[in-house]
Design a protein around this ligand. Structure first.
Ligand code: HEC
Ligand code: HEC
Ligand code: HEC
Ligand code: HEC
Ligand code: HEC
Length: 327
């Protein structure tokens, strides 16, 4: 009899805790009565208290590093083992800044996640503010957010070497963060005071960031269209990163509703195959001259970006678009 009661007791407990778990699942991170987006449950559940950072991070490429269509293609469905560890890293504060991280096995879909960047071997979270929360240990770390930290994953394909040649490197060891994690005034945890915090969207190859960094102008001179690119506020090449990543200056002339001319200029690093590195260097002004062959109409000038050069143009990100009458 006693055994029977114990058994049922356990089952009831089990059902109750399953119910609670489901409730947690539904209410995780929600403040009742407010319409708020559903947040993913990240490792160690940072989202419960750090909502704003989580909402930012969800939109970032760091969050897509493992699941992105182009990464999936380039690694043959993530079977190329030499490619995986930076795209789903374990804690970089355990392996150490400047050393390639190790591949984690938990929640790989979350790519470069909060724990991967913030947590050390003692489960303390590093930052630069020096807060003293009750909820977890904090280590104030002045190397956190320096180029040395970003270099852990971003050095391998040249971005850090490119950066070191620029004036921004001379100005500040935190320049990657200055450009890619702009300051925002907001509470850094639910129900806490406003502080000077940092956007976690890590924007890069999107129209807004590109247009802040690179100026695109077009003029007609005689029978030529001249497209001029000026890299004014980019702390590295455009594009930067692995040589799989390319940009294209795509120009079409439309005459009487028909495409009468098409001209493409590839900005890419072909050094590995014995070709040239035609990426736009920091500070560089590049003029592309397109012969119009006497044709008239309207020129459509676009800058396209692809994370994988074999991706068809239709799937590229359009970083810039303008129209220019040619008559
Ligand atoms: C643990 C490895 C790792 C660390 C550390 C890291 N990154 Fe990244 N980062 C990545 C990976 C992987 C990607 C590519 C994501 C993808 O698949 O698009 C990336 C992409 C980016 C992008 C590209 C956004 C875009 O639009 O394409 C920016 C900007 C960026 N990181 C900035 C930083 C900065 C700034 C730091 C330092 C504070 C940093 N990262 C630290 C791994 C890392
Ligand atoms: C690619 C690395 C990276 C990832 C991923 C990342 N952070 Fe951060 N985080 C930083 C850096 C760098 C700073 C500090 C910037 C500074 O102080 O210069 C920071 C700062 C913070 C701060 C302090 C407030 C602020 O904005 O300065 C909090 C809180 C925080 N992060 C939480 C999170 C949470 C939660 C996640 C996941 C949803 C996350 N971070 C993901 C790099 C990262
Ligand atoms: C139960 C709530 C809670 C959880 C869960 C939580 N934190 Fe925090 N965290 C806080 C509070 C509260 C602060 C301090 C806020 C303040 O003083 O404004 C803080 C501060 C921070 C800071 C700032 C450190 C500094 O002073 O520079 C970072 C970074 C941080 N947390 C990262 C994380 C990460 C990453 C996770 C998940 C692995 C996490 N936290 C989980 C409540 C939490
Ligand atoms: C002066 C501002 C500035 C600095 C400093 C800077 N960046 Fe950028 N970054 C940009 C701009 C603008 C873009 C968009 C144009 C582009 O894609 O290159 C960009 C794009 C990126 C991208 C997406 C690249 C692509 O084309 O796919 C990555 C990754 C990146 N930055 C990482 C870094 C890292 C890591 C550092 C520090 C070593 C850094 N950036 C320093 C302005 C900056
Ligand atoms: C040392 C860390 C590291 C390793 C190892 C690594 N990557 Fe990446 N990967 C990055 C970073 C950082 C970026 C963002 C760079 C940028 O766009 O400037 C990136 C971006 C990419 C992108 C473009 C973004 C996307 O989601 O499509 C592809 C594709 C990619 N990597 C494929 C690979 C392949 C294939 C390998 C193995 C040959 C590999 N990576 C190994 C760090 C790494």
């Amino acid at each position: 009899m006693r055994n029977g009661y114990e058994k049922w007791g356990r089952i009831v407990l089990l059902i109750a805790s399953l119910g609670l778990a489901t409730l947690w699942g539904i209410w995780d991170g929600f403040s009742p009565g407010q319409e708020q987006p559903r947040l993913p449950r990240v490792r160690k559940r940072c989202q419960v208290c750090h909502r704003a950072e989580t909402i930012d991070w969800m939109q970032s490429r760091h969050a897509r590093a493992w699941v992105s269509e182009t990464f999936t293609q380039a690694t043959n469905n993530r079977t190329r083992t030499e490619c995986l560890h930076c795209h789903a890293p374990d804690r970089v504060l355990v392996t150490g800044f400047g050393k390639e991280p190790t591949l984690r096995t938990e929640l790989q879909d979350h790519g470069v996640d909060c724990v991967g960047c913030h947590e050390d071997a003692n489960e303390a979270h590093h930052g630069t503010l020096g807060t003293k929360p009750d909820e977890h240990a904090v280590v104030k770390n002045d190397r956190f957010g320096t180029v040395e930290m970003c270099a852990t994953c971003h050095a391998k394909f040249g971005t850090v070497d490119e950066f070191k040649q620029t004036k921004w490197a001379a100005e500040s060891p935190r320049a990657c963060v200055t450009c890619h994690m702009p300051e925002v005034k907001r509470p850094i945890a639910v129900d806490k005071p406003v502080r000077t915090a940092h956007a976690h969207t890590f924007k890069g190859a999107d129209p807004e960031t590109f247009q802040k960094g690179v100026r695109v102008e077009a003029t007609v001179s005689g029978d030529n269209l001249i497209v001029k690119l000026t890299s004014a506020e980019v702390g590295h090449n455009f594009p930067t990163g692995a040589d799989l990543v390319v940009a294209i200056v795509d120009v079409r002339l439309i005459s009487n509703g028909q495409e009468s001319l098409k001209h493409q200029t590839l900005l890419a690093n072909d050094a590995a195959t014995g070709g040239a590195d035609t990426r736009l260097k920091p500070g560089e002004v590049r003029e592309i001259t397109i012969p119009l062959q006497g044709k008239k109409g309207e020129a459509v000038i676009r800058v396209l970006h692809k994370y994988l050069r074999t991706l068809p143009d239709e799937k590229a990100t359009v970083l810039f678009e303008m129209r220019k009458p040619v008559d």
